[in-house]
Design a protein around this ligand. Structure first.
Ligand SMILES: [Ca+2]
Length: 454
């Protein structure tokens, strides 16, 4: 700015500041199931959620008073601004119930939203998808309970800067006993997602099905007891659609998650018809105490239904994890696949050389359950290391957990003297704390999602 104009510029800036500082009041609007008012006051709640959101300006909050809101909910073009989101919240956590049961077209659909936050809602009962978010950016779904939808609980499609945090997502995808692959969370063509601190359980197939999802962080989720109807893993990472840049699943970090007793495996890498890449799957605890088809980790070239001939999945990191499979050695099994620790769809030496898999702890009561597409190719840990050239610093050991009882994240706690303690490699800024938010500062990092504390 030239010196001579400094005074004018300063004046202009002062005027601008005054204007920006003028009382920019963020309004709160109110809605009740039987509301008849204009929504401007708690005593005069409106009756229509979408219409009330239509009146909201960036920074405003629409508060749902306790009660059940029945029927389809469509939110189109709700637009907040960065730092001034429009918030749709429950006055009391989980007391505003979005009940989507009834008409088979009912769903909670958000289209072309920007900076919209859902907070504390209970969303249940859709005959289709529960919460569907399309072509949106900056949508946050926080502290919600999302359950008993016949299809996916949550489906993000072509979105950016999405957040799904502190939600409870359960019993979705139950097609009344019919085998299906409906997942609790479906994420497709999402950039910069952050899926964290969710409790995801009892869903029909996978917990998280993350395809064509880029630069996303998946952390501190407790994903358990999923997959009863379709051998679902805890987490699927896969390519989507024809081979193209946007279909790749890459640049994503999966850290400090606990996968407990999911039916298929903990983490499933599939290439579909393209490739995954630059995925960091680090410091997760994958614990299977009951029958699981593939145990801990599965790499597969093509997932049924996605077809295609995949490019090999390359450039992924699987490090500092615990994969612990406790199926009894003599448990009845429907086929030879049960109890595996690592499953490769085939022996792909050229793929092994392009992965970084190390500093993990593995255990299974079936020591021959490493890798292999068929029973013949199954092998023990040493043979696996030799074949793959991976896992040079990994450990095969039992006696890791303080207690194997219980259905909470506490089950991932290490016992004193566990071989997982201080056995990890320091990953710098990639992992600074653990599942519970405790710092990983006590010597070298411990393997798995939980740093040992005496
Ligand atoms: Ca440590």
């Amino acid at each position: 700015m030239p010196e001579a104009r400094g005074g004018l510029a300063a004046l202009a800036a002062a005027v601008l500041l005054a204007w920006a500082g003028a009382p920019a009041r963020c309004a709160e609007w109110f809605v009740a199931p039987d509301g008849q008012g204009d929504g401007a006051a708690r005593e005069k709640p409106a009756g229509n959620i979408a219409a009330t959101l239509g009146k909201a300006a960036p920074g405003d909050t629409v508060t749902l008073l306790p009660g059940t809101y029945k029927g389809r909910l469509d939110l189109v073009n709700v637009k907040g601004q960065p730092g001034k989101p429009i918030t749709l919240r429950s006055a009391e956590k989980h007391k505003a119930v979005i009940d989507l049961s009834g008409n088979e077209k009912n769903k909670f659909k958000i289209v072309s939203a920007e900076h919209l936050t859902l907070d504390g809602l209970e969303i249940l009962g859709s005959p289709a998808v529960g919460l569907k978010v399309d072509d949106s950016k900056g949508v946050k779904v926080l502290n919600c309970r999302i359950h008993d939808h016949i299809l996916e609980g949550v489906f993000f499609m072509r979105c950016e800067d999405m957040e799904l945090g502190h939600c409870e997502i359960f019993r979705n995808g139950d097609l009344k006993g019919k085998e299906n692959n409906i997942d609790a969370l479906m994420s497709r063509f999402v950039k910069r997602g952050h899926y964290h601190h969710n409790d995801v359980y009892g869903n029909s197939s996978a917990g998280f099905d993350v395809g064509a999802t880029q630069d996303t962080v998946i952390e501190k989720n407790f994903i358990h007891h999923n997959g009863a109807n379709f051998s679902g893993p805890g987490l699927k990472l896969l390519h989507e659609g024809p081979k193209s840049e946007e279909g790749y699943c890459y640049g994503t970090v999966v850290r400090n998650n606990i996968f407990l007793d999911n039916q298929s495996c903990g983490v499933f890498f599939s290439t579909g018809s393209g490739e995954t890449g630059k995925l960091h799957v680090v410091h997760n605890t994958i614990l299977v105490r009951r029958v699981a088809e593939h145990g801990g980790l599965r790499w597969h070239k093509a997932l049924g239904g996605h077809g295609g001939i995949g490019m090999p999945h390359v450039n992924n990191v699987f490090q500092n994890n615990i994969v612990y499979v406790l199926e009894p050695r003599d448990a009845p099994r429907k086929d030879w696949e049960h109890g595996r620790v690592i499953h490769w769809s085939e022996t792909m030496a050229e793929v092994f050389s392009k992965q970084f898999v190390d500093c993990n702890l593995y255990f299974t009561r079936r020591p021959e359950r490493f890798a292999g597409e068929d029973n013949k190719a199954s092998m023990d840990f040493e043979a696996w290391r030799k074949l793959s050239g991976l896992d040079a610093h990994s450990i095969f050991a039992e006696g890791v957990f303080a207690s194997l009882e219980g259905e909470t994240p506490e089950v991932a706690r290490l016992k004193a003297g566990a071989p997982a303690i201080d056995a990890g490699m320091d990953l710098g800024d990639l992992v600074k704390d653990d599942f519970f938010g405790n710092p990983r500062k006590d010597g070298k990092p411990d393997l798995g999602a939980v740093e040992f504390s005496p």
